[in-house]
Write a protein that binds this ligand. Structure first.
Ligand SMILES: [Zn+2]
Length: 343
């Protein structure tokens, strides 16, 4: 059901545009090819992959999104540690699953590391694949352009958007920057948690878990992931719900739906409710935070401050937080947005 758009460089001819479209479609097929060294999937894994499809289809129905998932078993690859590191270019043992938006739109997971670190490896592998599977269904936008390589022009593409997450890509501009990473992850992980809650009885059976309490324990181990970002979005949802006289669930569903349809206009109500520049602060979560905060690998600290930003009503206090955490580029954008609003 994935919705995809392509924007073309103005330098591409009609023929090249067609070729680029084909290239993107083919990359998706390539993602289903067997990769050397990948583990063969167990019967249990094949069974829960089928379930993930059912859960996603149920979610689409709930959100009134037309269409069904076309996630394929072959699109999901499980690897030993070293091979995972090699195929993804990520440090093994740090990131354990990825959705390869930049290359072949497949899902890679480091099964060996999961088996080493998790209290319930089978469950954790499922949770990670479910998270990446939600990403794989989110709105996609690509930018197709010609890249100069050894004096030759090569047709290529780059991911421009995934759900709300977007990166500004310009030809020959290596200073591309991004927005809404933290927001999109919060929406994604919250969606995963909702699915698990709804199907907990079934999952307890699948993964031979003693009872609901034990499942909760396992989930708490994994819950640290994006919980600070979810708290920020929850605060926003709560405030909007009160203001619009709707339920918090309705707001969350609107946010979730937008990640699949690509519609972002509804986010303007955040700016209207929380003041000029507030959307820049939300967009900067995990995307436009000051380097010292990024370097400490401690986004949590900045997300806690963003939560405070959305909880306060004193504008001077809010400005102080924004200027403290935003990187130079976003700080400039924040101040400009405020000046525009004052006009
Ligand atoms: Zn994610």
């Amino acid at each position: 059901m994935k919705i995809s758009d392509i924007i073309f460089s103005q330098y591409l001819s009609e023929r090249e545009r067609k070729a680029a479209t084909k290239q993107i479609a083919e990359s998706e097929e390539r993602g289903c090819d067997r990769v050397e060294c990948e583990y063969r999937k167990t019967r249990l894994e094949l069974k829960w992959l089928r379930k993930i499809r059912d859960y996603l289809n149920e979610l689409f129905a709930e959100l009134a999104i037309v269409g069904r998932t076309n996630l394929k078993n072959e699109q999901v690859h499980f690897f030993p540690k070293e091979e995972f590191d090699e195929v993804t270019g990520k440090g093994a043992g740090i990131v354990t699953a990825v959705y390869n938006l930049e290359t072949d739109l497949s899902i890679y997971a480091d099964k060996e590391t999961v088996e080493e670190i998790a209290a319930n490896p089978k469950l954790l592998l499922f949770l990670m694949v479910l998270h990446e599977a939600v990403h794989s269904e989110q709105y996609h936008k690509f930018f197709a352009f010609k890249e100069e390589n050894c004096g030759k022009n090569r047709l290529t593409f780059e991911a421009h958007r995934l759900g709300y997450f977007n990166q500004n890509i310009e030809e020959n501009d290596f200073n591309s920057h991004e927005h809404f990473r933290g927001f999109n992850e919060a929406i994604t992980q919250r969606t995963v948690l909702k699915i698990i809650k709804k199907h907990s009885a079934e999952l307890i059976g699948f993964f031979k878990i003693r009872d609901k309490e034990k499942l909760k324990e396992y989930l708490e181990e994994d819950a640290a992931e994006y919980s600070d970002e979810i708290a920020v979005v929850d605060k926003i949802a709560e405030t909007l719900a009160r203001k619009n006289k709707e339920t918090k669930k309705a707001v969350w569903q609107r946010f979730a739906k937008g990640s699949f349809t690509g519609r972002m206009m509804h986010l303007r109500e955040i700016e209207k409710t929380f003041g000029a520049g507030s959307l820049r602060v939300l967009a900067a979560m995990q995307s436009g935070i000051k380097p010292p905060i990024i370097n400490s690998k401690n986004y949590a600290k900045s997300s806690t401050k963003i939560l405070r930003f959305f909880s306060l009503s004193d504008q001077r206090e809010k400005d102080k937080i924004a200027l403290e955490i935003l990187n130079q580029r976003e700080r400039f954008a924040y101040l400009q947005r405020k000046r525009e609003a004052e006009k």
